[in-house]
Write a protein that binds this ligand. Structure first.
Ligand SMILES: Nc1ncnc2c1ncn2[C@@H]1O[C@H](COP(=O)(O)OP(=O)(O)OP(=O)(O)O)[C@@H](O)[C@H]1O
Length: 611
């Protein structure tokens, strides 16, 4: 049983979730700049694009031509058979012509459809590749400020709406517009007055269509939103299932999920009802227009002043169908075009977004480093207005291990972020062998720096592939040698397929200890002069812990290392221990010196030993 306050809190959280969902605009007016830029992506496929445009033109002519041919056969050898020497032969010829025209229309339709799909796929493929490459070189500050969901939706839903824009909207609309022009020309030729009536009706039909479709797509957008909330909650619940079970929150979560399901169900029913009402109304609109045309046409046939031939009226009705049907489609396409525009604007805005900083012009490659690292009077804040590191100065001699210790939030990770040049300091310098890291090329810097982060990030793939990330060109023997050097080959060889074992998503199929060892091997294989290590806090069994400690000692030896240290063993053997508090170094020295000092560090170690 859930209590009333719990229910109230749940309701509140659902309402808040609905209300605070910052929406991005889902439509944007047509913008010739965006359309031209999108067209640019078709340039590499110019031959395909041109064949496609030919298909578009052919199809636009073919459809009204079919109506025209039917009208011509009815008006000619059928109605006026007396005027024909051999009307049966003329009808047969007409039917044959119509059959051939219909066949060629469908052949063109096949290629129009196929090439448009291929073109859309090619454009989106290239765009996605470009976005991904762009994302890879954005600095950390970008990821800090941009929500992951937003980035993912640029590559997924925005690119999808662009695909619809290219595959459907663009070419279908082109066919529709051209078809209307061709049908219009035939109609104008047949009866100018009746055509002007049709012309006057078209904007009304188009607008009605658009309004109805807009209402429909608004209803389906709400459905989409509730669905994505549902899937997000599902994913979160499954990821957090251990916490749920641990805190016996199954009922509460099930109730929350049920409420979301209800909400989604209501939205679906509302959208379906609206569709059930609007679509028949839409059809009725077109039929009312045909009724109006019939009235005016009938009047013009009967009125002696106008004397419109009845054959022309029949002929006109066939063409009217070719003229009106694209209007219905265009109303919908227009809505989709606006969605594609919104997607295009966001995608291009992301692509145009320049990293806040890149390598300086003429950045020199960092020469092979010896491993002297210095931070000179560094002040830094993720938000420049709120520094989290204040006037930090430190020097690491080549080969030294520097342990960074301090309470959570004291600035340890921020220091290693600056050494790795994931961020730039607002004041002061980070110097490697005397070179300001700001002035050297990022690539040459990162090649000479090894990184082992707390999350022990593993990519999907095998253990071996994950180790090889450190040096992709390393041979299998070198990988094995690395694991031997760290004395952990036996642990990895014990995995179901040894080094060929798939690690699963984010390394989920390996134990925490195994994941750490794989990351150590990766760093050792790269053999960097400078190593940055955010020691994992996760506890492992004593035996594994000893293996990790000994592997770590081997990994650190001989390199300049910065370790955000959590193990007393690591801290004890460090050449320098820097104690941080509120972004300042408050104590420095080696373990024994700091113990002798009897200050903050000595207090921490005391607590640690007691804990
Ligand atoms: N990406 C970020 N964006 C904005 N502020 C941040 C970011 N990362 C850290 N901070 C802030 O900077 C300060 C220092 O954080 P930092 O991560 O360097 O501490 P830490 O000592 O490494 O902590 P922990 O031991 O918990 O990892 C904290 O106040 C934190 O809130």
């Amino acid at each position: 049983m859930t209590t009333a306050p719990e229910r109230a809190i749940r309701k509140l959280s659902i309402t808040a979730a609905r209300a605070t969902d910052e929406r991005e605009p889902d439509k944007r007016p047509l913008d010739i700049g965006l359309i031209t830029r999108l067209f640019g992506y078709m340039r590499p496929y110019a031959v395909k694009r041109n064949v496609l445009l030919v298909c578009v033109v052919l199809r636009a002519i073919q459809l009204p031509s079919i109506a025209w041919t039917i009208g011509a056969v009815i008006n000619g050898p059928i109605t006026n058979h007396a005027k024909f020497e051999n009307p049966v032969q003329a009808i047969l010829l007409g039917a044959l012509g119509l059959g051939l025209l219909a066949l060629s229309t469908q052949v063109v339709f096949h290629f129009r459809q196929r090439l448009a799909l291929e073109m859309g796929e090619a454009v989106i493929h290239d765009l996605r590749r470009e976005i991904f490459a762009h994302l890879q070189q954005m600095p950390m500050s970008f990821y800090n400020k941009t929500k992951l969901g937003r980035i993912i939706s640029r590559v997924t839903s925005d690119c999808e709406s662009l695909r619809v824009g290219v595959q459907d909207v663009l070419f279908v609309s082109l066919v529709g517009i051209l078809q209307m022009i061709v049908a219009g020309a035939f109609m104008l030729y047949s009866d100018a007055v009746l055509f002007s009536v049709v012309l006057a009706m078209s904007p009304v039909l188009f607008l009605l269509n658009r309004i109805f479709r807009k209402k429909l797509s608004a209803a389906y957008r709400v459905v989409q939103e509730s669905f994505s909330r549902l899937t997000a909650t599902l994913a979160e619940s499954i990821n957090g299932v251990r916490v749920t079970q641990g805190y016996v929150r199954q009922d509460v979560n099930a109730e929350l999920f049920r409420e979301l399901l209800d909400w989604h169900g209501d939205n679906v029913v509302r959208a379906v009802r609206r569709e059930g009402l609007l679509l028949p109304l839409l059809e009725l609109n077109s039929q009312i227009f045909i009724v109006a045309l019939l009235l005016i046409g009938g009047y013009r046939v009967l009125n002696p002043a106008t004397q419109m031939p009845v054959d022309n009226l029949i002929y006109f009705f066939f063409l009217a169908n070719s003229f009106f049907s694209p209007i219905q489609i265009l109303g919908n396409q227009y809505n989709q075009a606006l969605t594609a525009m919104a997607g295009a604007e966001r995608v291009f805005a992301l692509l145009d977004r320049q990293p806040e900083w890149t390598d300086v012009e003429n950045a020199q490659p960092l020469p092979p480093v010896i491993g002297h690292v210095e931070l000179a009077n560094v002040t830094f804040g993720y938000d420049p207005e709120r520094p989290v590191l204040h006037e930090i100065s430190l020097t690491a001699q080549p080969g030294q291990t520097i342990a960074l210790v301090g309470r959570t939030g004291s600035g340890k990770s921020s220091i290693i972020n600056l050494i790795a040049r994931f961020y730039l300091p607002q004041h002061g310098q980070v110097l490697i062998d005397g070179h300001d890291t700001r002035l050297v090329s990022g690539e040459s810097l990162h090649h000479q720096m090894g990184l082992v982060l707390q999350q022990n990030f593993l990519f999907s793939g095998t253990v071996k592939e994950n180790i090889r990330v450190g040096r992709p060109e390393a041979t299998d023997d070198e990988v094995v040698l690395t694991t031997l050097q760290l004395d952990c080959l036996d642990m990895l060889a014990d995995l179901p397929k040894g080094l060929e074992t798939q690690v699963g998503e984010r390394g989920a199929q390996l134990s925490l200890g195994q994941r750490q060892l794989v990351c150590f091997c990766r760093a050792l294989l790269a053999n960097p002069r400078i190593l940055i290590l955010d020691e994992a806090t996760s506890s492992v069994d004593t035996l594994t812990e000893l293996r990790i400690q000994s592997a770590l000692a081997k990994l650190l030896s001989g390199r300049t290392s910065f370790v955000v240290a959590h193990r007393l063993s690591t801290i004890r053997s460090a050449d320098q221990v820097l104690v941080l508090e509120n972004g300042r170094i408050i104590e420095r020295g080696n373990h024994l010196e700091l113990i002798a000092l009897g200050g903050a560090y000595a207090g921490m170690v005391r607590q640690f030993s007691q804990g």
